[in-house]
Design a protein around this ligand. Sequence first.
Ligand code: ZN
Length: 424
Amino acid sequence: MRRWPRVAAGLGDAGPLDAVYLCNHGAMITTEEEDGDGVFTAAVRAAVGADVPIVATLDPHGNVSDRMLDSVDIVVAYRTDPHVDQFERGEEAADLLHELWAGMQPHMVAVRLPIVPPNVSLFTDEGPFAEMVAMGERSVSADIANVSVLGGFAFADTSHNGLMVIVTGRDNEASARELARDLADLGWSNRHRFICDPTSLDEAIELAVAAGENTSLPSMVFSDLGDNCGAGGPVNTLWMLEALHGAGAQEVLIVNFRDRRLVQAAQEAGIGNTMTARFTGDDWGRDDEATYSAEARVLALHDGHLVARRGIVAGKSLYAGPMALVDIGGVQVVVTSRAAVGNDPVYSEALGVNLAAVQTIVVKVRSSFPPAYDEFVRPENMLFIDTPGRTSPMLHRMPFKRLPRPAYPLDDGFQWTNPLSEAG
Ligand SMILES: [Zn+2]
């Protein structure tokens, strides 16, 4: 393959191979290619030939192209969001590989629905996506080797975006077709539920101000949806920060805000001293106003080498680059030099913050924060906030160019026929 000579050369050097296991995300795009994973898997297939089994695990936010499906024998998608079952799915892929070696014939049947779900509708504890994943899990049997449901990644904006059902029959195509059809019907019947209904920024600010004035009110976590690090957010949009500060909200902590120069300025000012903090953020939707200045006190500094203690990163080494904790009149901000997902208490605690005393914690991540803060905040007080930004799940605001249309929830009132129903 012209664009992937290293794939062919590497696999050629390693060969002959008994199998290939791919552990990709599935939503890769490049500057030249909207189907990065498809081109890659096709290159792998071309290198190893038709007879070598290829099994791939994918993130359920992957956008699976026909080229990718044509190139692999079995796709195994994670079944959790946040994704905490990678190990189990890897085991499953290995088990299936053993079955392939023993002669099992996989029959992969896929349906792509005209639904491009916002990421906040793809949780696996409850909701329309969870119901599809659960039905798939219940349906694994002697005839059904694997059921994978992928919500995709809307922001990749590819012509193969869309909620995807992939059922792999075990020596059995009819059962796989029937189940794929039924799962696709379930997804389609729930198309109106793949929506995002976040708290408005104005309402969030009112809640934060009230919680700061009356600390007997429950503490909250705000997920700053427009700046979701996990979806490529820059971890430095200013909307939430300036709104909270402007409203005089107290007992607020923003974790994290990426601004290397501000950390340097805090280092120069020194702990306990005041300075004019100039936050430089993303310019998305802000004309020329991508900075916000406020009088700040430097509360703490840290070298940014951390070990996480909670949630999906527990036990892992993290590096945020040099960090500073600054207070701008009731709003404390953990400023990091590198983009760092605030999905562990250690970012704040390393700087001396007592999270139990914070009334409003603001994180710039969508999915992985609840297990990080559930010691301090009840689940019902973890709120998604509708902020502007590159990762807003309010998809109708996004300048999509390639997404297949019509697609829910961007379009409404159109019909779709399940291709497996036509065939059946
Ligand atoms: Zn994902």
